[in-house]
Ligand binder design. Structure first.
Ligand SMILES: Nc1ncnc2c1ncn2[C@@H]1O[C@H](COP(=O)(O)OP(=O)(O)OP(=O)(O)O)[C@@H](O)[C@H]1O
Length: 273
C-alpha cells in the first residue's frame, strides 16, 4: 500500500484460530494463471474480517474453497483445528441472494437446520424465538418469504445461519443486492448481532465503506493471480458500540475510504482485459 495514513498490524483478541488457510492455490480448467495463489491466512475467534478487492480478484473463489464447495489445487483449510474439505455444519454461509425455502414460513426456514441437527422441539422453539428476536423478525415468523422485503429476507437468511450455531460464518456480499437505505439498516443489524454473538465472520465485499463500517480487520485482495495484498486492523473499529452513522462521522472515515479506494483502483489495472 502507498501514501498515508498507515494502517496498524492486526492483533487478534483471542489466540484461538477458527479458520486457517494454508498455502492455497486454485485454477479453473486449463487457465494459465492461478485464480488463487499461495494464500495463507489465520482468522481468529471473535474476528469480523472483511475481505476487500476489485471484481474478479477471486474473493468468491476463496470463500467457496473455505466453505468446502470448491476443491483447491493445492493447500488446505482448517476450521477450529480440523481439516475442512466439504460443506458441513461448522461453516455457515450467507449468499448475496437469501436462498430461503419459498414454501416454508420464516420460522420453519429457521427450524429446518435445527431439525437436521435433531434438536428437540422445546429447544428448537427457544432457538427460533431467540434468532427471530435478534434479527427483528418476530412479527414475520408465520410469513412466507415472498411476503417479506429484500432486507427482511436477508435477515431471515442470517437468522437461519446463526441458529445452527456454526463455528464460522462466511458472507459473500450479502447486502449488495439491496437499496442504499436497506443496506445501511442491514449493516447496523449485523454489527449489533456480531456484538451480541461475537461469531467469527468472514465477510466479502468490494465496497470500501462497508469494510470500514463493519470489520475488526480488513484484508485487501488483488487479482492476477488472486492473492492477499494487505492485512490490517480496521482503523475505525472501536470496542464500544457505534452505529454506522456514527462511524461515518468519524473524522478519519473519508480519508480512509479514499485511501482504500485508491488501492483498489490500482489493483484494477492488474485485471486482464
Ligand atoms: N467456475 C469458474 N470457471 C472458470 N473461471 C471462473 C469460475 N468462477 C470464477 N472464475 C473466474 O475466476 C476469477 C475470480 O472470480 P471470483 O468470482 O472468485 O472473483 P470475485 O472477486 O468474487 O469477483 P466479484 O466481486 O465480481 O464477484 C474471475 O476471473 C472469474 O472469471
Amino acid at each position: 500500500m502507498s501514501g498515508k495514513p498507515n494502517p496498524s498490524a492486526y492483533i487478534p483478541a483471542s489466540a484461538r484460530k477458527m479458520i486457517e488457510v494454508k498455502d492455497l492455490s486454485l485454477r479453473y480448467g486449463a487457465r494459465e494463471m492461478n485464480i488463487l495463489e499461495h494464500i495463507n491466512l489465520d482468522i481468529y475467534e471473535n474476528d469480523f474480517v472483511c475481505i476487500l478487492g476489485p471484481s474478479g480478484c477471486g474473493k468468491t473463489s476463496l470463500l467457496n474453497v473455505i466453505a468446502g464447495f470448491q476443491t483447491p489445487d493445492s493447500g488446505e483449510v482448517i476450521i477450529d483445528g480440523i481439516r475442512h474439505a466439504k460443506p458441513g455444519p461448522d461453516v455457515g454461509v450467507v449468499f448475496q441472494q437469501p436462498n430461503l425455502f419459498p414454501w416454508l414460513s420464516i420460522e420453519n426456514n429457521i427450524a429446518f437446520g435445527l431439525k437436521m441437527k435433531k434438536m428437540v422441539k422445546k429447544e428448537r422453539k427457544q432457538f427460533i424465538a431467540h434468532y427471530l428476536q435478534l434479527t427483528g423478525l418476530e412479527a414475520a415468523a408465520k410469513k412466507l418469504p415472498y411476503q417479506l422485503s429484500g432486507g427482511m429476507k436477508q435477515r431471515a437468511a442470517i437468522a437461519r445461519t446463526l441458529a445452527t450455531n456454526p463455528k464460522v460464518i462466511l458472507m459473500d456480499e450479502p447486502f449488495s443486492a439491496l437499496d442504499a437505505l436497506t443496506r445501511a439498516s442491514m449493516q447496523n443489524h449485523l454489527l449489533q448481532i456480531w456484538r451480541k454473538e461475537k461469531k467469527c465472520i468472514l465477510f466479502i465485499t468490494h465496497d470500501v465503506e462497508e469494510a470500514l463500517l463493519l470489520g475488526t480487520r480488513i484484508i485487501l485482495m488483488k487479482p492476477n493471480p488472486g492473492s492477499l495484498s494487505a492485512d490490517f486492523a480496521n482503523p475505525l473499529f472501536r470496542p464500544e458500540n457505534r452505529s454506522i452513522e456514527e462511524i461515518k462521522t468519524d473524522r478519519d472515515f473519508h480519508q480512509w475510504s479514499a485511501r482504500l479506494l485508491t488501492d483498489i483502483r490500482s489493483f484494477k489495472k492488474l485485471t486482464k482485459k
